[in-house]
Design a protein around this ligand. Structure first.
Ligand SMILES: Cc1ncc(COP(=O)(O)O)c(C=O)c1O
Length: 473
């Protein structure tokens, strides 16, 4: 049966056969998955590292003597070479011209986004320059949503553009209307995810040039997009781009980047200084001078031993070919969508509801969904997770730090939220269980499965098999 299934899958998705080199890679570099019988379906949570990446990194550390960078002693110079090598490799990977773009290393994508939040001139760069504007789509991750708090503190207007059912896409016309309504002289920043980590919708990168032409600065959250898509910064030129490397290739954790246009970075105003960010700071003179470029944004000592693993990881992903990963993931997602959306209980009730596009056009490698029982009543996502755990399947449930997409997908209205948040008992504290009680018994989350660098047909088929176990229950 499994072979028949695989045969049918291959004839429906012939491009998969062309990605066979990833099967060999999985045997060689990700053998632990099959040795332990694990079905990993949480690549949007974190990518998986190949064993060769770790071995190369360890080999490098074993062979060298590396001290704190940016001094002239030999161990320091050796570390500086690695740090600057990683920086150059990031630019090269994204085809970014070093005269135009600069890489600021951060602890993760959230760290990169926070740098923008605290430094972007929402109130204009000169006193009294006018109200700024922060425009963003509903389906941003909370680490982008959080920027609104900085924006409001500086008097900027915050404008959300909703995602719309059934596909959870944003209307192009609405985006264009908002971009055209840019107000006065304050800074105007437009933020969107290249790929939503809830619905996996890939938004048009053509928005970047449109927004720039209308005078906006653009912040692209590439955290969920970069692991399975190529991004060429000579074609698309956001002012700021945030990502986490562990999502792309699993290892190292704790390192992300803000990739910024030099011209845009200069306009950011950091609210403080720290070791490593200044050329000169004086106690008696009460002055400081921020370093130019990336150094002014990297607080303290960068992860100089971890950074070479970023270059190794980029080589690893480039060696496989992100386009090949993309192709394979697209075929697997196509299969999963076809199989999951066609399953029906004997009562005729569909087994699952998928949130987001039900085909592979302009969508990525994650599927958010909920299960129903044979009467159509929702099955709590926590129960699905518990049963998946017992089968060795790693998936994720909740709202994935993406409340805007979740609220639209799950039908939670502005009025319901206002009623909940204005209850006196919720003035200071609201647990997730309180929130569930408030929302009238509606589901407050979903199940998300996601594919990536080492996924294969067996992973997808294992989930289909797991899902079928809920039929007629
Ligand atoms: C689209 C998106 N943006 C930002 C983040 C935040 O990434 P990190 O937790 O690595 O800072 C995530 C994490 O899942 C994400 O999916």
């Amino acid at each position: 049966m499994a072979d028949e299934d695989y045969g049918r899958f291959l004839s429906a998705h012939p491009a998969y056969a062309g990605t066979a080199s990833i099967d060999e890679l999985r045997r060689r570099d990700y053998s632990r998955l099959d040795a332990q019988g694990q079905v990993y379906l949480d690549y949007t949570g974190a990518g998986l590292y190949g064993e060769s990446q770790v071995a190369k990194h360890l080999g490098l550390l074993k062979a060298g003597v590396f001290g704190n960078p940016h001094s002239t002693n030999p161990s320091s110079q050796a570390a500086t070479v690695l740090v600057e090598g990683a920086r150059a490799r990031v630019l090269e990977y994204f085809n970014a011209n070093p005269d135009e773009y600069v890489v600021v290393f951060t602890e993760n994508a959230s760290g990169a986004l926070k740098l923008i939040g605290e430094s972007y001139p929402f109130g204009g760069s000169a006193p009294g320059a006018g109200r700024g504007r922060f425009l963003l789509t509903f389906d941003n991750h909370n680490s982008v949503n959080g920027i609104r708090e900085f924006a409001r503190t500086r008097g900027a207007d915050v404008v959300y553009v909703p995602v719309e059912l059934p596909d959870l896409r944003v209307s192009d016309a609405r985006i264009e209307a908002e971009l055209a309504a840019r107000p006065g002289a304050g800074g105007s920043l437009f933020a969107f995810p290249a790929q939503s980590n809830f619905s996996s919708v890939r938004h048009p990168l053509s928005w970047i040039a449109k927004a720039k032409a209308a005078g906006w600065d653009v912040l692209l959250d590439a955290a969920a997009f970069a692991p399975t898509n190529s991004l060429d910064l000579s074609l698309y030129k956001p002012d700021f781009m945030a990502l986490s490397f562990y999502k792309m290739f699993g290892y190292p954790t704790g390192i992300g980047a803000l990739i910024a246009r030099r011209e845009a970075l200069i306009r950011l105003r950091r609210p403080w200084f720290a070791g490593g960010t200044i050329t000169v700071a004086s106690v008696q003179g009460d002055r400081y001078y921020l370093s130019e470029g990336a150094a002014g944004f990297e607080d303290g000592t960068v992860d100089f031993l971890g950074l070479p693993a970023v270059a190794i990881g980029l080589d690893h992903l480039a060696g496989i070919g992100v386009a090949l990963v993309h192709e394979r993931v697209e075929a697997l997602v196509g299969y999963l969508l076809e199989r999951l959306t066609s399953m029906r209980h004997a009562s005729g009730v569909p087994l699952v509801r998928v949130y987001g596009p039900e085909d592979t056009k302009d969508r990525g490698g994650a599927i958010a969904l909920n299960f129903s029982d044979s009467s159509g009543a929702p099955i709590d996502h926590r129960r699905i997770e518990a049963e998946a755990n017992a089968r060795g399947i790693s998936l994720r449930t909740g709202c994935f730090c993406n409340p805007g997409a979740g609220e639209i997908a799950l039908g939670i209205s502005r009025a319901e939220l206002a009623t909940c948040f204005t209850q006196p008992s919720h003035a200071k504290r609201l647990t997730i269980d309180d929130f569930r009680d408030c929302i009238d018994g509606k589901s407050t989350g979903a199940v998300r499965i996601s594919l990536g660098i080492a996924s294969d047909f067996r992973d997808a088929a294992a989930f289909v098999d797991f899902a079928a176990g809920f039929l007629d229950r």
